[in-house]
Write a protein that binds this ligand. Structure first.
Ligand SMILES: *[C@@H]1O[C@H](CO)[C@@H](O)[C@H](O)[C@H]1NC(C)=O
Ligand SMILES: *[C@@H]1O[C@H](CO)[C@@H](O)[C@H](O)[C@H]1NC(C)=O
Ligand SMILES: *[C@@H]1O[C@H](CO)[C@@H](O)[C@H](O)[C@H]1NC(C)=O
Ligand SMILES: *[C@@H]1O[C@H](CO)[C@@H](O)[C@H](O)[C@H]1NC(C)=O
Length: 444
């Protein structure tokens, strides 16, 4: 079990939990080594063959059945085909050690690997090379956006997922919902350059996600409702859609989310909060240390988001949201300015704070800041708490001081597209300029 270093440091000086972070321990209750010493279920002993042809689905399900009450299911290094999906539910004190590479061959929808109603669980690669190759391009090239997600965790408690690589999902890559006390780290997710191929989506309680790289054209690491106590740090959106909260609908309940050290390049946005009507709240959220380059939007709150249909309700109420230390450049500041805070007229935003924010445009010589029905401090935000007001936009034609920010030297320069095979990447050694990952990469 582990605590974040920030949490530990804070706990040392403060009696109760500090802001926007975890509510307690995350990760599996027992180590993989302990599980392995209790029992090991190697899929090769349950009919699997590393021949890239034999369906891994049934052997994996059998190995799980044998080890799900305490033990480690091992997929050794080698290439496996997966033609049918597995639903691995009801276990406790088990681990899934993925050292091989699983190639999708089946075409069904659903989830290739579904882990449900499980406690004390760990999915990891001991070598840092375990991967699932979703071969989504085979479907995408035909114009199809249907097909499987690679990985879903549902109702899993006390768990971790780490040191694995997910590539080219037919649909989403990794969804984690209705889970508690989880840690996700040291991951590379690389998908096609298309909407609907989300990287990591989470709606859960007490989750620490750190040191993750995503390449795609939709969600990078996104929080959905309901969620509480989510800490997300060292995130590299290396050509992506970008991170978001949303989309948000009826009875939204999101609080105590903290994003920190998020590097985003060539994405739709650095951070978006998206909704259109709806109800409920998002509160007590911090977005800290963001670097952006060549993105369309940067800070983008849009409660009139036209890509979703307008829902009943006056709007999701956003309050006590802080943006601090945002640096870098956006693609075209006169087309899409770096600050867009469009709050619902029926539920104006309050206590929105933008501090230490300096971004400038990569093309042209001006950029805008725009706010609507939004209260708080910084830029176009109005002081006060009540009443709607129409969008008020100010345009500036001088670069703010201190906007420049480093780039990651290996930023992806060209998309992988959706029609040719996407190569399996290695897990990066850094996810944010100057930040060292919390945990050493497995096998290094
Ligand atoms: C999960 O971990 C917490 C904190 O360590 C513990 O109190 C709880 O009993 C565990 N839950 C399960 C289902 O193992
Ligand atoms: C605002 O949110 C932070 C956590 O992000 C929290 O620590 C603080 O107490 C909240 N402030 C108010 C007035 O609720
Ligand atoms: C930037 O946006 C403005 C306004 O939409 C547009 O006129 C201009 O051509 C854009 N510049 C580039 C380089 O695309
Ligand atoms: C960013 O993505 C590209 C393409 O996947 C890759 O070559 C590069 O290594 C990535 N950057 C890092 C730091 O991993």
């Amino acid at each position: 079990m582990r605590f974040s270093q920030a949490l530990l440091a804070a706990v040392a000086v403060l009696p109760t939990l500090v802001w926007g972070q975890l509510s307690g321990k995350v990760g599996p209750s027992t180590s993989a080594a302990t599980k392995t010493s209790k029992k090991t279920c190697n899929v090769l002993n349950y009919g699997a063959k590393a021949d890239k042809t034999t369906d891994l689905g049934p052997p994996l399900a059998s190995a799980h059945a044998a080890c799900k009450s305490g033990g480690t299911v091992v997929i050794p290094s080698g290439d496996y085909a997966m033609n049918t999906w597995v639903s691995l539910t009801g276990g406790s004190a088990w681990a899934l050690q993925l050292d091989g590479v699983i190639y999708r061959t089946g075409t069904a929808g659903g989830n290739m690997i579904f882990i449900g109603s499980t406690s004390d669980f760990e999915l990891f690669s001991s070598t840092g090379k375990g991967a699932v190759q979703g071969n989504g391009y085979v479907l995408h090239a035909q114009g199809s956006r249907t097909g499987a997600r690679i990985l879903r965790l549902n109702k899993v408690n006390n768990f971790s997922v780490h040191d694995v690589i997910l590539v080219d999902a037919p649909a989403f890559h990794f969804t984690m919902d209705t889970c508690t006390n989880g840690e996700v780290y040291n991951m590379a997710i690389r998908g096609g350059d298309w909407g609907g191929l989300d990287g990591l989506d989470v709606w859960s309680n007490n989750i620490w996600i750190h040191d993750v790289m995503v390449t795609n054209r939709d969600e990078c690491v996104t929080v959905k409702s309901p969620s509480k106590n989510i800490l997300i740090e060292n995130i590299y959106c290396n050509w992506s859609g970008g991170c978001a909260l949303g989309s948000l609908g009826a009875d939204t309940a999101i609080s105590l989310v903290h994003y920190k050290n998020v590097y985003t390049q060539n994405s739709n946005q650095m951070m978006m909060i998206k909704s259109n009507g709806g109800s409920g709240y998002v509160e007590d959220v911090v977005f800290e240390n963001f670097i952006g380059h060549a993105n369309a939007y940067s800070l983008d709150i849009n409660q009139y988001w036209s890509s979703m249909k307008t829902l009943a309700g006056g709007g999701v109420k956003l309050s006590n949201i802080t943006f601090k230390n945002w640096k870098g450049t956006e693609a075209n500041g006169s087309q899409r300015g770096p600050i867009k805070v469009m709050c619902a007229d029926g539920a104006p935003c309050t206590d929105i704070n933008i501090n230490d924010f300096a971004m400038w445009t990569e093309t042209g010589n001006k950029q805008w800041y725009s706010c609507r029905s939004a209260y708080g401090s910084g830029f176009c935000l109005k002081s006060g708490t009540e009443g709607s007001y129409p969008a008020s936009t100010s345009t500036v034609s001088a670069a703010p001081s201190g906007y420049s920010a480093p780039t990651m030297k290996e930023d992806l320069k060209t998309a992988f597209g959706t029609t040719v095979s996407i190569p399996i990447p290695t897990i990066p050694s850094s996810y944010y300029p100057g930040a060292t990952p919390y945990s050493k990469l497995a096998g290094s």
